[in-house]
Design a protein around this ligand. Structure first.
Ligand SMILES: C[S@@+](CC[C@H](N)C(=O)[O-])C[C@H]1O[C@@H](n2cnc3c(N)ncnc32)[C@H](O)[C@@H]1O
Length: 268
């Protein structure tokens, strides 16, 4: 199998891509779009990523952001640019993003409510895809389009390559579950880039993330990732109670997870 076929084979098994394929993940975003940052993207994580991202955007005055979500990166990045286009197909996410942009008076950001594959946009200095490569099945076409749309740089970011790190691994061992396929792993992306002869630089670093879910949300997440059997539920609950820190009705965990910025360069 060549790397492009391997990418599609991974996506065929990926829990996250299956949700994209089913309904563009809308059933998930409908539930959590308003709480996305609180649940998935705490401020200390955002700050750590921005500190690595912003120096790479020096001199950039226009940008396209793919998969902008609720605007976690859009809003701090928009302050750097004269013009910004946020591509976001999910109606729930786009609605939250629109509200956030109005509240923060970022009128120079345009939301395109389409998938990247269909969006027809004029080029910009930079194209940024934050944590969203997992939505693409035809990765070659998506990357080619990003390179064509970017006058100077394409930045692909990802935090927590495979979800949480320690706690997921221990839960998986406890439940004797197979490793779930979530985001396409970094080595696979590297193989894809190499096979397409795309020059790139990779920065690998570690950021502290905090996940703050209710008990019900933790159980739902574990159920989805590890297909927990009914007789394993008490074991899982004991484990979560032991491992997680309880705070204001939520169960939280803080971990250092790997993060990457892959920059696709223009020159050979
Ligand atoms: C995990 S979220 C990432 C949000 C944000 N960029 C971040 O870093 O937190 C992935 C986003 O990609 C969007 N998305 C899904 N399919 C897409 C597609 N084909 N083109 C562009 N965006 C897509 C989803 O609706 C979702 O908002």
């Amino acid at each position: 199998m060549n790397p492009l076929q391997q990418w599609r084979a991974f996506q065929d098994k990926s829990l996250y891509y299956q949700a994209v394929k089913a309904d563009g993940e809308e059933s998930c975003w409908r539930e959590i779009a308003r709480q996305y940052d609180q649940l998935v993207y705490p401020q200390h994580q955002q700050r750590a990523l921005l500190a690595r991202l912003l120096p790479r955007l020096d001199g950039v005055s226009s940008a396209i952001e793919i998969g902008a979500g609720s605007g976690t990166l859009t809003m701090p990045l928009a302050r750097q640019f004269r013009r910004m286009t946020a591509v976001e197909p999910s109606p729930s996410m786009a609605e939250v993003l629109q509200g956030n942009l109005v509240q923060q008076r970022l009128g120079h950001v345009t939301i395109i409510r389409q998938r990247w594959e269909e969006a027809q946009l004029p080029p910009a200095d930079a194209v940024i895809a934050g944590g969203c490569l997992y939505v693409f099945y035809e990765i070659e076409a998506a990357l080619r389009k990003m390179r064509e749309a970017a006058r100077s740089t394409v930045l692909l970011t990802h935090v927590g390559n495979e979800g949480l790190w320690d706690i997921d691994l221990r839960a998986q061992e406890l439940l004797a579950a197979p490793k779930p396929c979530l985001f396409p792993p970094l080595p696979l992306l590297m193989d894809v880039l190499t096979s397409l002869r795309i020059p790139a630089t990779v920065e690998l670093f570690y950021v502290t993330t905090t996940k703050r879910f209710t008990e019900e949300q933790w159980l739902k997440r574990c159920q989805r990732l590890f297909a927990v059997r009914p007789e394993q539920q008490p074991l899982l609950l004991d484990f979560l109670r032991q491992e997680l820190h309880q705070e204001h009705g939520c169960w939280t965990v803080t971990e250092d997870v790997p993060a990457t910025i892959v920059e696709l360069r223009r020159e050979n």
